[in-house]
Design a protein around this ligand. Structure first.
Ligand code: PT1
Length: 281
C-alpha cells in the first residue's frame, strides 16, 4: 500500500510509534511539554529514536482520546501537530500518520506531508469524509462506541466481534460513496474505546474475523488498561504484557501495531514473522 510517496508491504508486520503532542497523554503525561508549551526538539528526539529502532510509521496526535479526556480546539490541534509533521518530513525516512478527527487538521497534515490519516472517530465528524477523500491518502478507520468522555460507562454489545465487523462493513460502504475506495482503507477495532476488559480480550482472541475481511488491520493496545487490569500493573510496567498481545494480534492477521516501545515490539514481531514464514520456501 502507498502511504503518500512511500510504499510498504503489508504482508509483513509494521510498527507504528506513538508521538503524543498532548500535555495530557495517558502514557507519558505530556513529557514533550515544558510549562504547557510543546518542545519540537524533544518530539524530534523521540521520533528519531523510534525510527532508529525500526518504526515504519510515527503517529502524531494533538488530541488525547483516552477514556475521560477533554476536547481541544481546532487551532490548538493545528499548532501542536503541523510543526512536528514538517520537522519529521524534513529529516526522517518514515510514514507520518496523523491521529485526528478534525477536517481542518486532516487537510493541513496532508499538505505538510502526512502519509496516513488515523481517525479514532472513523471520519464521523462533519466534513471529515470529504476532507479525507480529497487527500487521496490511506485512512485508518477505528471503531469507538460513544465518545471519549463517557465511553467506558457500561459499554454493551450483542456480540462484540460481529457488531464491530458489521460496523466496518457499513462504514466502508459510506466511505466508498464519499469517494474513498476499499484499497485505501485500514481497519482498527479500537481497543479500550467503549469496551469492557472482557470485550477487549474477546476482540483480540477473535481478531482473525476482522482480518478476514480483506482489509489491513491495525491495532493499538500498548500500555492500555486491558493489560493493566489483567496483570494489575501501572502504566509504566505493561511492556511485557504488551509484547504478548502484539504477537497475538500479528498471528491473527494484524499488520500494523501501534505502540510506545518501538524496539522491543520490532524484535518480537520480526521473530514471530520468521517463524510464520518458515514453511514458505
Ligand atoms: C488506537 C488508538 C489510537 N489508541 C488507533 N489510534 C489511542 N488507530 C489513540 C486505556 O484503556 O487503539 N488505535 N489513538 C489511545 N487511546 C486509549 C484508549 C488509551 C484506552 C488508553 C486506553 O488505558
Amino acid at each position: 500500500m502507498y502511504f503518500g510517496d512511500k510504499w510498504l508491504d503489508l504482508n509483513e508486520p509494521h510498527v507504528m510509534g506513538v508521538v503524543n503532542v498532548t500535555p495530557d497523554s495517558f502514557s507519558d503525561g505530556g513529557s514533550l511539554f515544558s510549562s504547557q508549551s510543546l518542545s519540537i526538539d524533544a518530539a524530534m528526539g523521540r521520533a528519531r529514536t523510534m525510527v532508529d529502532e525500526g518504526a515504519s510509521f510515527l503517529d502524531i496526535g494533538g488530541e488525547s482520546t483516552r477514556p475521560g479526556a477533554n476536547p481541544v480546539s481546532v487551532q490548538q490541534e493545528l499548532d501542536r501537530v503541523i510543526p512536528v509533521i514538517e520537522a519529521i518530513r524534513a529529516s526522517l525516512d518514515v510514514v507520518v500518520s496523523i491521529d485526528t478527527s478534525t477536517p481542518e487538521v486532516i487537510s493541513a497534515a496532508a499538505k505538510a506531508g502526512a502519509g496516513l490519516i488515523n481517525d479514532v472517530r472513523a471520519l464521523g465528524r462533519e466534513g471529515a469524509l470529504q476532507a479525507a477523500a480529497k487527500t487521496q491518502l490511506p485512512i485508518c478507520l477505528m471503531h469507538m462506541q460513544g465518545d471519549p468522555k463517557t465511553m467506558q460507562d457500561n459499554p454493551v454489545y450483542n456480540c462484540v466481534v460481529d457488531d464491530i465487523g458489521s460496523y466496518f462493513d457499513q462504514r466502508v460502504d459510506q466511505c466508498s460513496v464519499a469517494g474513498i475506495t476499499k484499497d485505501r482503507i485500514i481497519i482498527d477495532p479500537g481497543f479500550g474505546f467503549g469496551k469492557t476488559l472482557g470485550h477487549n480480550l474477546q476482540l483480540l482472541n477473535h481478531l482473525d474475523v476482522l482480518s478476514n475481511k480483506g482489509l489491513p488491520v491495525l491495532v493499538g493496545m500498548s500500555r492500555k488498561s486491558m493489560i493493566g487490569n489483567v496483570l494489575n500493573r501501572p502504566v509504566d510496567e505493561r511492556l511485557n504484557g504488551g509484547i504478548a498481545v502484539s504477537v497475538m494480534a500479528y498471528e491473527r492477521g494484524a499488520r500494523i501495531v501501534r505502540v510506545h516501545d518501538v524496539g522491543p515490539n520490532v524484535d518480537a514481531l520480526r521473530m514471530a514473522h520468521a517463524v510464520i514464514m518458515s514453511d514458505i520456501t
